[in-house]
Design a protein around this ligand. Structure first.
Ligand code: PMP
Ligand code: GLN
Length: 415
């Protein structure tokens, strides 16, 4: 047996080199000694995200920030009261690794009531530090070095680096230009024996498109003969304005091979709280939890209690679509009075516009110009494509107070 590993790995006292003299050689001087070792980047292509860049530019120029996706209004005060009550009643220590039981139970009940699939709250639901952590955890848990993972461009910026961190290869398949519908011929062509995963996202950031039941069926059929797992990013599940949200939990065949990811940040207008969840069959959840356990271990306790209490009233998520539909309609009515052409928006809180009647600038340049000269920040769609595909499209976020949207629209009318 011998001593535990951690003790075994320590060299005996006398064998340790004197501090500051590794290998026994004296340092030339302190400056040399304080050298940071050269590191090889795990993500050499990655810089600061476009969302951070545009928010900083908006602030610097006093622009209305319709770039980064977050509400500029506060959440329901009863949610804050519920978190406050949890903190004051002493619920401030580590919760169970997978999340508190009441919250997992309420998540399972919500998914079942909306989509018909019952996840086992004990073995199949894990509370995460937002959707971003859930997606990374799912990929690290289920994908191996040398595997391939398909992502559909344009896509949220964390997917590609997540796949790279897992040692796998991201395979970017474009959605159909113009409609942003999945192109199943190209998808089928991208599948190889090494394909281990696919990341899907409906309602879709940035396009606002919502997958149809037929498309989910086509995906199920395409994956049927494979061992491919699906990471289904459903953070905008409660913001659908046409048809129904097509959760993988509505499609048993897909649910059996999927990690469903959602975000309370989006649903309850608390993006800064960074709390969400992953729901997956027991075998996938077991692997997911192994990584989760050594990544964050647990997610903050009082917010879990506060959200569990708030979830007892389903109107909080059921009424979200009507709330955002009104904002979308107000924003689109305003855009109709500008030279920007609003593209369809059936879900999310993003509205894309074709600006080709206004400018020939490339998307990033246009968005920078719009921010600094017109005073409205937007996100270039090219930022969501691995190859920077240009379409003269910019994305606005309409999760804003009416007065913020009106001010932005006044400025856009001058274009
Ligand atoms: N996926 C998509 C498509 C998103 O737009 C976002 C929001 N920023 C996330 C994941 C991350 O969600 P969270 O803030 O809960 O990490
Ligand atoms: N999801 C948000 C967006 O698309 C931004 C989140 C972030 O800043 N990483 O705008």
């Amino acid at each position: 047996m011998g001593p535990p590993r951690s003790l075994r790995s320590l060299p005996p006292e006398g064998a340790r080199p004197a501090l500051g003299r590794p290998g026994g050689r004296p340092f030339a001087d302190v400056a040399t000694a304080c050298r940071t070792p050269a590191v090889k980047s795990r993500l050499p292509q990655v810089g600061t995200t476009i969302f951070t860049v545009m928010s900083a530019l908006a602030q610097q120029h006093g622009a209305v920030n319709l770039g980064q996706g977050f509400p500029d209004f506060d959440c329901d005060p009863t949610l804050i009261d519920a978190v406050d009550a949890a903190m004051r009643s002493g619920l401030n220590q580590y919760p169970p690794m997978t999340g508190i039981a009441l919250l997992r139970e309420r998540i399972a009940a919500k998914i079942e009531s909306l989509y018909g699939h019952r996840y086992d709250a004990a073995g199949e639901i894990t509370v995460t530090a937002g959707a971003t952590q859930a997606i990374l955890t799912a990929i690290l848990a289920l994908v191996h070095p040398g595997d391939e993972v398909i992502v559909l461009d344009p896509c949220y910026d964390s997917y590609d680096p997540n796949i790279v961190l897992a040692g796998a290869t991201p395979v970017h398949v474009p959605l159909t230009p113009g409609t942003f519908a999945p192109d199943f011929e190209r998808l089928a062509g991208a599948i190889t024996p090494r394909t281990r995963g696919i990341v899907i996202n409906s309602p879709h950031n940035p396009s606002g498109r919502v997958w149809t039941p037929a498309e989910m069926q086509q995906l199920a059929e395409l994956l049927r003969p494979t061992e491919i797992v699906v990471v289904s990013d459903e953070v905008y599940e409660h913001m659908v304005y046409a048809g129904d949200h097509q959760s993988v939990a509505r499609h048993p065949e897909l649910a059996a091979r999927s990690v469903l990811v959602s975000s309370f940040g989006k649903t309850y207008s608390v993006t800064g709280w960074k709390i969400g969840y992953a729901a997956a069959p027991a075998a996938l959840s077991a692997e997911f939890r192994k990584v989760h356990q050594f990544n964050v271990f647990t997610v903050n306790t009082p917010m879990q209690h506060g959200i569990a209490a708030f979830m007892a009233d389903p109107s909080h998520h059921l009424e979200l679509a009507a709330f955002y539909r009104a904002k979308r309609d107000l924003f689109r009515a305003g855009l109709a009075r500008t030279r920007l052409r609003a593209l369809p928006c059936d879900g999310t809180y993003f509205q894309c516009v074709d600006y080709s009647a206004v400018s020939d600038l490339a998307e990033a340049d246009f968005c920078r110009w719009l921010t600094t000269e017109i005073g409205v920040a937007a996100i270039p769609l090219s930022a969501f494509y691995v190859d920077g595909f240009e379409q003269r499209i910019a994305r606005f976020c309409f999760a804003k107070k009416s007065e913020t949207l009106s001010l932005a629209l006044d400025r856009l009318a001058s274009l």
